[in-house]
Design a protein around this ligand. Structure first.
Ligand SMILES: C[S@@+](CC[C@H](N)C(=O)[O-])C[C@H]1O[C@@H](n2cnc3c(N)ncnc32)[C@H](O)[C@@H]1O
Length: 263
């Protein structure tokens, strides 16, 4: 899946900060799951408030062939604008499990920039992306993802609930929606509720709590003054954002990445 804030590009720079050994793996803001799919831990609990996304991963785990068959239904019309809007307006609860998961992939691969954004009624509202020949899936990628998810529990849960589970020596990776550097600079509308300052503070409290429980905790976020302060007592690394070369407003929107660990 394409995912806003996806960590694929940053993995090489994260690599040396993962704990060398841990018991179970927890990821509370799964999104595209770049870190999970990189580490492929044997015992994992993965969660996100996006129920469509969690449903999709459950299908990938339990019935990859059924998912691919349901995706093939969309293949012939994957670059048609009218078809995109028909699928977008379908109510996911009314679809079969396979069709529901396929709809999520289809919208992700054909909408503008692969964003996932919902309106105040919780309806997906990203416009058509005008890709001429979007790839909906790769058999190999789905099969590999299915194997990686084999031992994983998947839960559509808020981080405050999911955060009650980890215990001593578990590794918890937290990658919340970024705190905006300015009012307009960042995208946090993955969910109807958005992700505001109170959520960032609740998350910092959870970080402290997990630390007290003896977990290994790692958090990535934008390097804002408030966040540096909230996590002042932990180890902080600044990973400079890669700025576009040769572009005029270079640096615009490029935010340094803050990586916090308690180990
Ligand atoms: C920055 S993205 C995670 C990106 C992911 N690490 C990747 O590599 O693709 C943040 C995720 O947090 C989820 N989210 C937003 N609010 C949440 C909440 N209150 N509890 C749990 N997940 C939440 C969003 O649905 C989104 O998938």
């Amino acid at each position: 899946m394409k995912w806003a804030g996806g960590k694929g590009q940053l993995l090489v720079r994260f690599e040396r900060y993962f704990p060398p050994e841990y018991s179970r793996y927890f990821e509370l803001f799964l999104g595209g799951g770049a870190v999970f799919f990189h580490l492929k831990p044997e015992h994992a609990t993965l969660s996100d408030t996006n129920a469509e996304l969690i449903h999709l991963y459950s299908m990938v785990r339990d019935d990859p062939a059924g998912l691919m068959a349901a995706l093939d239904v969309h293949a012939g019309r994957r670059n048609q604008k009218t078809y995109f809007y028909e699928v977008r307006k379908q109510r996911s609860e009314a679809l079969s499990p396979a069709a529901r998961a396929a709809r999520t992939v289809f919208l992700n691969k054909t909408c503008f920039n692969g964003l996932y954004r919902v309106n105040s009624r919780g309806e997906f509202n990203v416009p058509f992306g005008y890709y001429r020949n979007p790839t909906l899936y790769s058999v190999d990628a789905i099969r590999r993802a299915s194997r990686a998810l084999g031992g994983a529990a998947l839960l559509a849960e808020d981080f405050r609930t999911a955060g009650t589970r980890p215990r001593g020596r578990d590794f918890v990776y937290l990658d919340p929606p970024y705190q905006p550097i300015s009012r307009t600079s960042a995208f946090t509308d993955y969910t109807r509720e958005g992700f505001g300052e109170k959520d960032q503070r609740d998350l910092a409290n959870l970080f402290h709590d997990l630390d007290r429980r003896g977990c290994f905790v790692m958090l990535s976020n934008s390097a804002t003054p408030m966040l540096k302060e909230l996590y002042a007592e932990y180890s902080q690394k600044l990973l400079p954002a890669r700025r576009a070369i040769n572009s005029k407003g270079s640096g615009r929107g490029a935010v340094d990445e803050l990586l916090v660990t308690n180990y």
